[in-house]
Design a protein. Sequence first.
Lengths: 307, 503
Amino acid sequence: MILMILFHWFFVGLTAPFLIGVIARVKALVSGKVGPSLFQPYFDLIKLFSKQCVYSHGVTWVFRISPAVTLAAMLIVCLLVPFGSLKAPVQFSGDILLIVAVLSLSRFFMIAAALDTGFSLEGLGASREAFFACLSEVALFMCLIALTLLARRMSLSGMLGADSPLSWNLLGPALLMVVASLFIVMLAENCRIPVDDPDTHLELTMIHEVMLLEHSGVDLAYMYYAAIIKFFIFGAILVPIILPVQTIFPFINTLIFAGGMIGLAALVGLVESSMARIRLNRVRNLLLIAFALAFFGLIVTLWRGAL
Amino acid sequence: MEIFNGGNVASADIPDLSAADFRREVVSRCKADARLVNLFGCSLEQGAVRLFAILGQDDEASLSIVSTCFSADSPSYEAITRDLPAAHLFEREIAEQWAIMPKGHPWLKPVRYHANYRGVADLWPDIAERPIPGSYPFYAVEGEEVHEISVGPVHAGIIEPGHFRFNCHGEEILHLEIQLGYQHRGIEPLLCAGDLQRGVLLSESIAGDTAIGHSLAFCEVIESLAGVVAPPRAQALRAVALELERLANHVGDLGALGMDAGFLPTSAFFGRMRGDYLNLLLALTGNRFGKGLCRPGGVLFDLDSGMADDFCGKLRQYKNEFEEVSALLFSRPSVLARFEGVGVISSGDARELGLVGPAARASQLEHDVRVEYASGMWQYHHIPISLSATGDVYARALVRRQEVMRSLEFLLKILPGLPRGSVQVPIGPVRPNALAVSMVEGWRGEIMHVGITNSQGRFARYKVKDPSFHNWFGLAQAMRGGEISDFPLCNKSFNLSYCGHDL
């Protein structure tokens, strides 16, 4: 059990930054540049881990503890998610509720730390994060409920695992809406264009990045790592639903999963390259679309159930 | 007293009105059909100061000058700003430089934070000891739910220093105060102190991205005072360089607008294309920003016919590329959704605030120095004024796009048939006791230089006006009631100069 947990973390820690490298490379290629190395996120993390933290005089323990809480929360969520043929070390009926709760905990501490700095821009970012999280969490919940009803399982491993009953043949229309909704939620939760711009240097437009402005060194590395793992988690939930291909060879299953993850990262890169960021006051419309999609997915599911 | 662009008059001939008449004249003319182009002071003997106002009648292409004198012991007058908002920053500048009090000025703060030029008591007692722009009170909106956000003078990106103080209600901006002055170098006194050679080098450094525009304006002042006309070939080459500068900056701005909206492909393409135009400037002048080209009496470098053909070939290719990439930028719904309706300035507001350049043309003010006060090459080749009506970020981007196309057409027209002859004529002594004016349509808008000589034929006063000096207040006005997250985009659509304002 302990070994399984450690291996799960080792797997995520080692492979997750690569996906961010893929996104950056795809964006660069589409704009006609060579782009940074696929392993640049690893270099960034190594650089940050070798640096000291700097704290301003005004901050309290809330600010100091928040990077650790954020990263720990992501590591806990990891344990509930199966990665291809790698089974989730922890699974129980209703673990999807725990996932949402732990994600909220990490967000709570990030927002609290941002408010703790007393810096007006961080407060602005925190208020935006809190507002958009209200909307995206509802959509995420709706997606998970629909998935639960579709798969007739209450645990994530049951939905995504080898014997998952989710199939495009039987549940196509409902699944399509849920997947589309989850994709939007993933873009929003991971601060990608069109909701947030991870590459901008403009403090006034940032959402997630502005809350990290005061973090430095190892703390920043924790936050950065947590964001990377969060993207991996959302990918690991989406990919098995989109590609429910299961063979009897674990190696091939792993290859399919890896290909799916890289494909998803490339897709995110293409979305980011093909559209501008939407105006901040229209983000809520996008999140409401995600909610509506999941909601109709749920209705279609219930209707099928009635038949 | 009438004067034309590039002309000069004897200082003694300029009408000298009483302070009340001066104010009435400026206000009534500007309420009618004129525009406040410049308002500045100049010291006389025994601590007296003479104020000059230059008013432009754009339709008739004529500038008129009026002046008033203040003796050393009566340094105050009724503020013009109350009737003419365009005078706002000019009057603050006068109060700071000459310690003359504009009574009833609505927001009397220093502009650049230095001691006055007259050597008398400053209006702000400890400004000489404490020249820190941020340590003076800001305009504050009161209320429990109003919050203040301050950005700068140190920014996350590599840009010039400036402080922005937002009073917000949630995400809505109620008021924005822009605090500049961090880059004050004292350009105007330096230009008076040095000789001509040094002056032209200084003028190239007034704003690094407008090296051609400002050095051209400086050269025209000197040429006017020396009674020399630059040879036609030199004037044509100056026009080529000025348009290349405009092309590089407008193309770079369009790319930056794409980047701030989060649309990456065009920002990369435009960024590369900006480099192409800078490389042409490098080929022409030996400097990517065009330093070292314009000198009083002409230009330092010639363009042989092989190079001119090469330029034409390249510009034709760049034109095709620009058409393609700008079509991509202006056809994306997600980009248009970011640009449209953001940072709107109505035509009336733009006129009242005295905006110039692309920002004014985007609010449908027909004003372009190249057309209305044409000098040099523009007397023979007409460039249509690029206008847009909506006054938002989209309009300012659209005006830039049109101007790029028209500049390219202009260059392709004049490059094959450049006038022949020399590129430089010698400069003699300058006319004493005279005032010379030159205007140039830089890429940001109307640049005006005014040189006033003393009896020894040296500058008693040199006034530089960068278009940013007019337009910064327009940016603050455009943000009112807007979303704070749209500020960077709106700021980029104006793309004003900090050091051109701070001098």
